[in-house]
Design a protein. Structure first.
Length: 276
């Protein structure tokens, strides 16, 4: 009886690991193939081998020289960092009263915010373009940054994080004479750092890979972020898939680095949400 249970446990564990490995291969397979293609000098895009025979950096050197990658990387970093900073600060400030204060109309405001998430982002592009044009911010990085810098999703997510902070801390701080801004800065914000890290990850991925809005706002290709520049590369080197693969890998590497740096807090935020 005991031997049968052990065998069943071994079989279940083996099947679990096999399934996890298969899922990992399915998810990571396209990226691994793209990475292999970026080191391949040939032009055969139908080669499905994951290990190139004669790996070379020719594609990376060609993309780096033709595309002026450092300039586009700098544009992307400016847009991404500014957008993340604005979203974290303003969304955290907006979420604080929705979670920790009592006032008339709070539920109405929360309902309107939730309802606005149903509206597709593309539906507001015309209004956003007209607004940016009226502010004389066309063809500027500020025009790219301002639109979408404060997201309803971030406000809702941070609100849920605030609600997980013990209310006793807030009451004790108020009794000691601390103002709401000080409570937010010294107590609430440090208490929801896992949630803040989650917002940073989502913002970084969306902003780093954004190309449609920058193309609409920016008339000067020199101001394009990297994702928009890669679309231009696709049009210029559609006969050299290795260049396209190398450009895509260059664009993905920063996203992977940011996720690795923030993954601990991200996992804590997700596990906390599941428990909640």
């Amino acid at each position: 009886m005991i031997q049968a249970k052990k065998r069943r446990k071994i079989v279940n564990t083996t099947l679990t690991y096999v399934m996890l490995i298969l899922i990992a291969i399915i998810c990571a397979g396209p990226f691994i193939w793209l990475l292999a293609a970026s080191f391949r000098s040939g032009q055969n895009i139908y080669d499905i081998s994951l290990i190139p025979e004669n790996p070379t950096l020719e594609n990376y050197i060609g993309v780096w020289e033709f595309l002026s990658v450092p300039r586009y990387l700098l544009n992307t970093v400016i847009i991404t960092v500014a957008s993340i900073a604005m979203d974290v600060v303003f969304s955290a400030l907006c979420a604080y009263p929705l979670a920790c204060m009592r006032f008339k109309g709070k539920n109405v405001i929360l309902g309107i915010l939730l309802a606005s998430m149903i509206i597709p982002a593309a539906a507001g592009m015309i209004i956003n373009y007209l607004t940016i044009s009226a502010m004389h911010l066309l063809n500027t990085l500020a025009g790219v940054v301002l639109v979408g810098s404060v997201k309803v999703f971030s406000i809702i997510l941070l609100r849920q994080g605030y609600m997980g902070v013990p209310k006793d801390l807030i009451e004790a701080a108020r009794i000691d004479g601390a103002g709401e801004l000080r409570i937010w800065w010294q107590i609430m914000l440090p208490g929801i750092m896992p949630t803040v890290s989650t917002v940073i990850i989502f913002d970084f991925i969306s902003r780093w890979n954004e190309f449609l809005w920058p193309i609409i706002v920016l008339q000067d290709p020199e101001k394009y972020p990297l994702a928009a520049a890669l679309q231009y590369l696709n049009g210029s080197f559609n006969y050299k898939f290795g260049y396209i693969a190398a450009g895509a890998i260059i664009s993905v590497i920063p996203v992977i680095i940011v996720f690795i740096l923030c993954q601990k807090n991200y996992i804590e935020a997700v596990s906390g949400a599941v428990k909640g």
